[in-house]
Write a protein that binds this ligand. Sequence first.
Ligand code: GLY
Ligand code: MN
Ligand code: MN
Length: 356
Amino acid sequence: MTNNVSRLQSAMRERNIPAILVSDITNVQWLTGFTGSSGYVLLTQTDGAFVTDSRYSIQAQVEVSDLETRWYTSATSLEDFLTEIATGLKIEALRFEDSISYAVASRWQREMSKFQWEPADDVLKSLRMIKTPDEVARIKRACELADECLKHVSRLLQPGVSEFDIDLDIEFFFRRNGAVASFSPIVASGPNSAKPHAHATDRKLESGDFVTLDLGAKLDGYCSDITRTFVIGTASDRHREIYDQVLLALETSTAAIKPGLTAKSIDGVAREVLDRKGLAQYFGHGLGHGLGRAVHDPGSLSMRSADTIAVGQVWTVEPGVYIDGFGGVRIEDDVLVTENGVEVLTAFPKGLTVMS
Ligand code: GLY
Ligand code: MN
Ligand code: MN
């Protein structure tokens, strides 16, 4: 299994980064496998330590195997404790992540003034975008569970069932299967489906509704993120026209993904498909995002992205058309970039399903 600590250390040697204090908790979890909510990694090119507080001392010794675990109690400040450990690691210059607040950056520079502080570049972002085989295996399991969840809840897609009930059933399904929802599920029916990130309400499904279900599992630390849109009762020509174009945008842009291409060009492929029928104006968000430890992992498939497609990345591909007053359609798959294109990791059927 590739170890993310040694991947980061080798990137630090290449980029001439002497030492880094990793404080973003998702980055810390990605590096160490720690699942608690408070932890830091002090890393040099050859050595390092995982730092947490006494609440997590037992858990960390089990979960963190690639670094020595050190913990502090409330008798010590974090800054004094980090200073002691960094001094032991012979650190002089220390990079900090750009996710910390101005207040924290100021405090660290004041209370850990013996180090020369500099902002880190995007070294963690670029590493996290390329998944190890172990990470891919976990994402695949999270995708399988999301597929099963959709199959399980689709029985509720009938007139009279409320968005709340479907939302709850999704959450229960994941919890019952040893996972949690990777984000608050989106259950959006009828006019609500025109809101890309609608929260479930007490609205009851009606015949003629589009219903968008956007859900994902977080299983063993890794996420999935899938969207399917259904029609309740009877589908009109307008339903079919919009649905078919979003599906075509998904399939065409997915087929276009190849290592070496720009992320922005893939977004452009989907937009061009929708534009042929005058629907691109209703597609306001980007085509997709990275997927991994976080449901919105580093990386963006969007008009302004500077990212490049590479083998080992995992992306969501999620075109949508949202028409105020009528409703909306989004269809979202998760894909792994391979040498020749992609492997689609989400398998739930994508043809228009009319629930009657
Ligand atoms: N579930 C939020 C998204 O698809 O990005
Ligand atoms: Mn989603
Ligand atoms: Mn998504």
